[in-house]
Structures are given as structure tokens and as C-alpha cells.
Design a protein around this ligand. Structure first.
Ligand SMILES: CC(C)(COP(=O)(O)OP(=O)(O)OC[C@H]1O[C@@H](n2cnc3c(N)ncnc32)[C@H](O[C@H]2O[C@H](COP(=O)(O)OP(=O)(O)OP(=O)(O)O)[C@@H](O)[C@H]2O)[C@@H]1O)[C@@H](O)C(=O)NCCC(=O)NCCS
Ligand code: ADE
Length: 299
């Protein structure tokens, strides 16, 4: 049975796996801080400790609002989400470590509570469909209003400038980039016998090759996004074509390139956490109970 404790545990583990994956290009990992001057691995661990208690609250919020309409359920979830963001900022001294991850995993935990309260099956497909239903029209509602705000967030500025919907669009679309590309890339790598961290890196590169990451755009413009997508595609292609391709070395070289240009694919890092969370649900669910997913040591 999937419950608040299991869901919270899996969400926290997904965040730990993401930040512990090393090396990563442009992102904080156990070896360096990538393109970030204001955060490191230790700060991410503090952030994870601060936000993880909220995953149970998101689940419970989704459960008690299960009979409300999706917009009213989202309204309730957002209150928890904002409280969670405030806890994150308190723990990090105002640094934005997991804003996108709070949004995405908060919605998924809320959706799990909502589905369970309605006695619906909880799996990857139903979770993503429920998030999409909860976030129906969110992009237009949120970002359509943005014109009238004077203090715009990165995502709002990018939507008004380029029409790209960022984290909101991913949620409203039921995490299609994760389900269509990143999760199959991950399970495919595991099936080929690759270790979990190798499969995670392939999944991250797959996300980077598709994702319209507003973080990248806010730091390096559309040309920076194109560069990220092309470099990720290049590595994935070489990995497929060259048997003894040195993925670690190529990732370290890409990290140096991103770091020198101030590029951080933070949005894709968040979607990697989403992918891992959904995979753990898939494993837990296929065992017919809330068993903890098979786990590799985090680092
Ligand atoms: C709904 C919001 C979360 C939207 O916030 P915002 O208006 O800012 O919209 P976005 O910029 O589109 O997204 C916010 C964060 O989401 C991540 N992200 C970006 N693109 C994508 C994407 N395509 N798919 C998924 N996720 C995406 C990204 O977060 C990550 O990067 C941040 C770290 O990088 P950094 O460059 O350091 O970030 P900054 O500090 O902003 O820049 P610097 O100053 O350092 O240069 C980190 O956040 C990662 O998580 C985007 O930043 C929000 O407005 C909202 O409504 N929140 C309320 C709570 C809520 O609704 N909860 C959900 C209900 S349960
Ligand atoms: N490991 C990471 N480094 C930088 N930004 C991130 N956002 C989410 N995970 C991140």
C-alpha cells in the first residue's frame, strides 16, 4: 500500500540520488559546484532535510482535498508548497536550491494522496495524469497574469519573452519529457546491466537534450539552451556509436565548459529527481506493496 511515509521516503531518496550523482555537467555534485557560486553539496543536503518533511504534508493535503475540484486542490497544495519553499530558503540562507523540485515532487506527492483517497491505482501513468489534471490551465493562469505583475520571476520573464512554460508546462503536460524519454533511457540502461549512477547520468543527458530549461535560458539565453541540447545529444550519440566511450571523462569536460559559461541545467536536474521518484514508485508498485525500492547506496 502506497502511503504518506513511503511516498515521502521515495521523494527524499530521489533528491539525495540526484545531488549525489557525480560528475554532472554544470550542476552541484559531490566533487564540485558546477556553475554555482552560491551553493554546494552540503547546502543541498541541508535543503533536502528542510523540505523532506513537507512531502507527507503534500500527500495528506492531496488526500483531504480529493473530493475538491483540481483547481481547488492545487490552491491547497500551493499553500503547502509556498511553506515548503520558505523552509527551503530558511535552511539555505535564501539560496534557491530546490524551487523546481518542490513544485514537481510536491504535486506528485499530492497526486498520490488524491488518487489513494479516491481508491484509484497509483502508478507512473495515473500519477502523471493526475498532476496534469490538477495543473490544467496553470501555465495560462499563472503566466497569463504575469503581464500585470511588476516583479517577474525567471520563469515568468521567459514565458513573456519566448512563450516557454518551464516547470509549469512540464507539470501541466504530465511530465511528458520524463515519461517519454528520460524514464525509458534509465530503465534501458539498467536492463543493459549498467550501474545505477551510469543510468542516471544517461537519463540526465537525455533530459538535457530535450528539456526547455528556463534555468539555462535565464543564465545563458536561447543560445545557451541550444548549446546544452546539442552537447547532450552529441554525448548520447557517441555513447551509442563508440563501444569504449569514456562517459565520465566526457561529462567532466562538459562540466568545465558549462562552468566557464555559467550554464546550469537545474531544471533538468529537477526532472531527474522526478524520473527517479516515478521509477521508485514503479518498483514499489510492481511489488504490490509499499516496499522500499531497490536501492544502491547513495554515494
Ligand atoms: C511554480 C513555480 C515553481 C514557478 O517558479 P518560476 O516562475 O520561477 O518558474 P520557472 O523558472 O519556470 O521554474 C522554477 C524552477 O523550476 C526549475 N525548472 C526550470 N525549467 C524547468 C523545466 N523545463 N522543467 C522542470 N523544472 C524546471 C528550475 O529550478 C531548478 O533550478 C534552480 C537552481 O538553479 P539557479 O540557476 O541557481 O536558480 P536561481 O537561484 O533562480 O538563479 P541564480 O539567481 O542562482 O542565477 C533550483 O530552483 C532548481 O529547482 C527553476 O528555477 C513557483 O513560482 C511557485 O508557484 N511556487 C509555489 C509553490 C508551489 O506552487 N508548489 C507546488 C504545489 S504542490
Ligand atoms: N544538483 C543540482 N545543482 C544545481 N541546481 C540544481 N537544481 C536541482 N538539483 C541541482
Amino acid at each position: 500500500m502506497i502511503n504518506a511515509a513511503t511516498i515521502s521516503d521515495l521523494a527524499r531518496y530521489a533528491l539525495l540520488r540526484e545531488v549525489s550523482l557525480s560528475p554532472k555537467p554544470g550542476l552541484v555534485d559531490r566533487y564540485n559546484n558546477g556553475a554555482h557560486t552560491d551553493m554546494d553539496y552540503a547546502l543541498f543536503l541541508l535543503s533536502i532535510d528542510a523540505i523532506s518533511p513537507f512531502f507527507k504534508l503534500f500527500y495528506e493535503q492531496g488526500s483531504v482535498t480529493a473530493n475538491l475540484s483540481p483547481p481547488l486542490a492545487l490552491q491547497a497544495l500551493r499553500k503547502t508548497g509556498i511553506a515548503c519553499e520558505q523552509a527551503m530558503f530558511k535552511a539555505t540562507g535564501g539560496v534557491n536550491t530546490h524551487k523546481g523540485a518542490v513544485f514537481a515532487l510536491g504535486l506528485l506527492c499530492g497526486a498520490a494522496g488524491r488518487l489513494t483517497a479516491k481508491h484509484h491505482t497509483v502508478n507512473v501513468a495515473t500519477l502523471c495524469a493526475e498532476v496534469s489534471a490538477i495543473c490544467h490551465n496553470l501555465t495560462e493562469k499563472d503566466l497569463g497574469q504575469a503581464k500585470r505583475n511588476n516583479t517577474l520571476t525567471a520563469g515568468e520573464k521567459i514565458y513573456l519573452t519566448y512563450g516557454l512554460s518551464g516547470a509549469r508546462g512540464e507539470a501541466e503536460g504530465g511530465f511528458a519529457t520524463v515519461c517519454r524519454y528520460a524514464l525509458p533511457a534509465y530503465t534501458g540502461a539498467l536492463t543493459q546491466g549498467m550501474p545505477a549512477d551510469h543510468a542516471e547520468l544517461i537519463s540526465l543527458l537525455t533530459l538535457m537534450s530535450y528539456n526547455e530549461d528556463t534555468n539555462v535560458i535565464s543564465r545563458a539565453g536561447l543560445s545557451g539552451l541550444k548549446f546544452v541540447q546539442q552537447q547532450a545529444q552529441k554525448i548520447l550519440f557517441a555513447l551509442k556509436e563508440e563501444g569504449d566511450f569514456d562517459l565520465r571523462h566526457q561529462t567532466e569536460a562538459l562540466n568545465a565548459a558549462f562552468t566557464s559559461q555559467g550554464i546550469s541545467p537545474g531544471g533538468s536536474a529537477d526532472l531527474l529527481s522526478v524520473m527517479l521518484f516515478l521509477y521508485y514508485i514503479q518498483v514499489a508498485f510492481s511489488k504490490g506493496e509499499g516496499a522500499s525500492a531497490e536501492r544502491e547506496s547513495v554515494c
